[in-house]
Design a protein around this ligand. Structure first.
Ligand code: NAD
Ligand code: UDP
Length: 337
């Protein structure tokens, strides 16, 4: 298959490009570099031995997307391109609706014009909101508490409506839990701009000496050790989940929503302990108050992905940490410009 990856030079897109090539597919990457760097393309070629087919374009730009789709015979698209910072989405909702929702509509319209009607969409476990009915199953009620989450839910609903209006459309919305880690080569990984908002890249930057101390946001949650619990999933497992989803679309028509998680909850303290043990580096911590908007715990019921896609996460927490650490220690300042 030839697959278009919008947001293909980003964190999850770049790892998915490797997994697709490993599985024998051809990929074309599209990105506007809003949150990634061109160096990723060289690193991907180094890993795969394949020169990357790349278009610099914005998914909100109708003419640019039409032109990309006219240049290749795509079988499917995986749509990653969107901004993803919750706090920024509250400050700049129109930016999020324009890129997250408007960009998705622009892409789908362009695909429709060319008769390409298979799409995998990057959704998020954030659509489950703060419910304490764990684990989260795909049929649980959804609840969005910020504009970012709303863009994800709106796009899921757009895909569902599209299928209802026209049975030629096939789509899977993948609800990611907490992607972490990196490709085992250490050549590609997560490269947040500024101070990381997420736990694993923050811990990795403390380990490498870029940041002095990890602030633990609350140790009084109703969890076994009082710290927040999340379902961390190795980004290569997540990437392979996309391969399974795009292959599934080719043979099984329809619309579906599927969790990509491990089904295991890990606390902040457990993750820090694993990092110290695997990397052999002490992580100074201090406990501070809870972060606004955080829930106590979130983990997936991962059975549907196994049943429908034949995919389950295989990599352990220690592998997530080892690969995050290899990427961070080999690239202490992230990708070069
Ligand atoms: P990322 O920022 O690393 O990758 C997104 C890529 O999209 C970037 O390279 C960025 O430059 C590009 N992009 C953004 N807006 C664009 C536009 N208008 N046109 C073209 N390219 C554009 O983020 P990621 O972690 O790889 O996330 C990928 C997708 O998965 C996003 O939709 C995100 O919301 C979703 N997601 C991520 C997580 C996570 O924890 N990383 C969790 C759930 C869902
Ligand atoms: N967390 C923390 N310190 C940090 C970043 C995160 O204690 O500097 C905690 C956070 O409160 C949550 C967990 O780590 O319990 C995972 O946070 P992350 O932002 O990575 O994921 P999300 O909360 O979006 O699922």
């Amino acid at each position: 298959m030839r697959v278009l990856l919008t947001g293909g030079t980003g964190y999850i897109g770049s790892h998915t490009a490797v997994a697709l090539i490993d599985a024998g597919h051809q990929v074309t990457l599209l990105d506007n570099f809003a949150n990634s760097k061109p160096t990723v393309l060289d690193r991907l070629s180094e890993i795969t031995g394949v020169t990357m087919d790349f278009f610099e374009a914005d998914v909100t730009d109708r003419e640019a997307i039409d032109s990309v789709l006219a240049h290749r015979a795509f079988d499917a698209a995986i749509h990653f391109a969107a901004p993803k910072a919750v706090g920024e989405s509250i400050a700049r909702p129109l930016h999020y609706f324009n890129n997250g929702v408007g960009g998705t509509v622009t892409l789908l319209q362009a695909m429709d014009r060319r008769g390409i009607r298979n799409v995998v969409y990057s959704s998020s476990a954030t659509v489950y909101g703060m419910s304490d009915e764990l684990p989260f199953r795909e049929d649980a009620p959804t609840e969005v508490i910020n504009p970012y989450g709303r863009t994800k839910l709106m796009c899921e609903e757009i895909l569902r409506d599209l299928r209802q209006s026209d049975e030629r459309w096939n789509s899977i919305a993948l609800r990611y839990f907490n992607p972490v880690g990196a490709h085992p080569s250490g050549l590609i990984g997560e490269d947040p701009q500024g101070v990381p908002a997420n736990l694993m890249p923050f811990v990795a930057q403390v380990a490498v000496g870029r940041l002095p101390v990890l602030r633990i946001f609350g140790d009084d949650y109703p969890t076994p050790d009082g710290t927040g619990v999340r379902d961390y999933i190795h980004v290569m497992d997540l990437a392979e989940g996309h391969v399974a989803a795009v292959e599934h679309l080719a043979t099984e028509p329809g619309h579906d929503v599927i969790n990509l998680g491990t089904g295991n909850g890990i606390s902040v303290l457990e993750l820090v302990e694993a990092f110290e043990r695997v990397a052999g580096v002490p992580i100074p911590t201090e406990v501070v108050g809870r972060r606004r908007g955080d829930g106590p715990a979130s983990w997936a019921d991962a059975t549907k992905a196994g049943d429908v896609l034949g995919w389950t996460a295989r990599r352990s927490l220690d592998e997530m940490v080892a690969d995050a650490w290899r990427w961070q220690s080999q690239n202490p300042n992230g990708y070069p410009d």
